[in-house]
Design a binder for this molecule. Structure first.
Ligand code: CO
Length: 416
């Protein structure tokens, strides 16, 4: 059986951590956005490491990088087992979120090569473009193209805040490739990611096997009142949009708490943004726009929560003489993970004597798009104190190696 090398994995991750590195008061951070010099260097480094391992590297039309190992034992026409994650980051993000999942798969391949174990299927290491959605899209950009949910040409026309297109940005760093990485051609898919929560840490289990990736819906609600003089307008004559909106904020929180208590303990609802007009101390607020985020592992719960938001808006409209609207900006359905791939991961853990634990994922991942096309699963590594998207994000090197060992065992099983 193959044994992954903690030091080789660590070397890769530490090298990658230098690209876009920031000065952080505590921890180690990096900022790596699509099409930047830091992104070019991170991508280039990965390509070189893939080539060192003898992988055949391709870059697709949206800059997704794939490195395929096709040993002599493998039928080159067999559907590959693919696995990977992303190299981009949020602003001042951590060094594990994304890169761990990319370099872990590369390490799994190298360990298998070292052991001289020859798989029957090719193995493809993947790095998706712009998972974090910081420059061109709202997130999961590369995987949306690979899953055929967004056309390559359409994605290339996405613009950043300065009007630069994705096409221009990728071309500027020499990572505008051709064709489309097609997830439907994969026999199976696996992603390893940091948990970004404390379930594994609290359970003292080194490997998480995700059951379902939570669905997300974003809504925009508006409350239209009347802007007026804060001194001259008597309390009884007001249509205060913010006072009305604040009731909605409370209703949304209560609705989610009730759903958690009665129906689905993984449900969450958040009024995450509020835009008040005119936002002046001496003016009764005339208009409020609220961004509302609803998530759960069950679509019915998400829809029920959206219903509660609508009822709350109707209630304050009635009670306070304001006008309200609610529009859904986006919805991504919950993605149940494949039993076949999940079982392979649990079996690998059992074989290796490494504990695995079922858990849901509250955060979105590229795997939810890939899961629309092939059997997919998501593994988690413990996150210290559950912190991520922060330079203090941390997973012990030994834990990185342990979960990579289970990933390697799972990939080996699937590629046999
Ligand atoms: Co990530």
């Amino acid at each position: 059986m193959e044994t992954v090398s903690e030091s080789r994995l660590r070397q890769d991750l530490e090298a990658n951590a230098e690209f876009g590195a920031i000065d952080a008061d505590a921890g180690r951070g990096r900022t790596v956005h699509t099409g930047t010099e830091a992104n070019r260097r991170a991508r280039q480094h990965l390509v070189e490491r893939m080539q060192d391992a003898g992988l055949d590297v391709t870059v697709d039309g949206v800059g997704n990088i794939a490195g395929t190992w096709t040993p002599e034992s493998a039928d080159p026409d067999a559907a590959p087992v693919a696995a990977g994650s992303h190299l981009d980051s949020v602003p001042e993000g951590g060094i594990f979120d994304g890169p761990l999942g990319v370099y872990a798969v590369l390490e799994a391949v190298r360990a298998r090569q070292d052991a001289g174990v020859e798989p029957a299927r090719p193995i493809t290491v993947v790095s998706f473009t712009e998972e974090e959605g910081q420059r061109f899209a709202s997130g999961l950009l590369g995987s949306s193209a690979a899953a055929g949910l967004q056309a390559v040409e359409e994605a290339l026309m996405l613009r950043d805040d300065d009007g630069t297109t994705l096409r221009e940005a990728l071309a500027s760093i020499d990572f505008l490739g051709q064709g489309r990485l097609d997830a439907s051609e994969w026999d199976a898919w696996l992603e390893l990611h940091v948990e970004q929560d404390t379930t594994l840490e609290e359970a003292g289990v080194p490997v998480g096997v995700v059951t379902t990736i939570t669905g997300i819906a974003h809504y925009e609600a508006t409350v239209e009142g009347e802007a007026n003089h804060a001194g001259a307008t008597a309390m009884g004559e007001r249509r205060d949009a913010l006072a009305a909106a604040s009731e909605v904020v409370g209703d949304v929180e209560r609705a989610a708490q009730e759903v958690v208590a009665t129906d689905s303990e993984t449900a969450v609802a958040t009024v995450g943004s509020v835009d008040v007009q005119p936002n002046a101390t001496n003016v009764v607020p005339g208009q409020v726009e609220m961004g509302i985020d609803v998530r759960d592992v069950r679509r019915e719960t998400m829809d029920a929560l959206a219903d509660r938001v609508e009822k709350s808006l109707a209630r304050v409209a009635d009670a306070r003489g304001v006008e309200t609207t609610l529009a859904r900006e986006m919805v991504v359905d919950p993605a149940p993970m494949s039993d076949r791939v999940r079982n392979a991961a649990h079996d690998a853990g059992n074989r290796l004597g490494i504990g695995t634990k079922d858990l849901p994922s509250g955060a979105a991942h590229d795997t939810m798009h890939v899961a629309t096309q092939t059997d997919a699963a998501l593994l988690f590594a413990p996150s210290r104190d559950g912190i991520s998207h922060n330079p203090r994000e941390w997973t012990d090197w030994a834990d990185c190696a342990t979960v990579t060992q289970v990933l390697a065992g799972t990939v080996a099983d699937l590629a046999t």
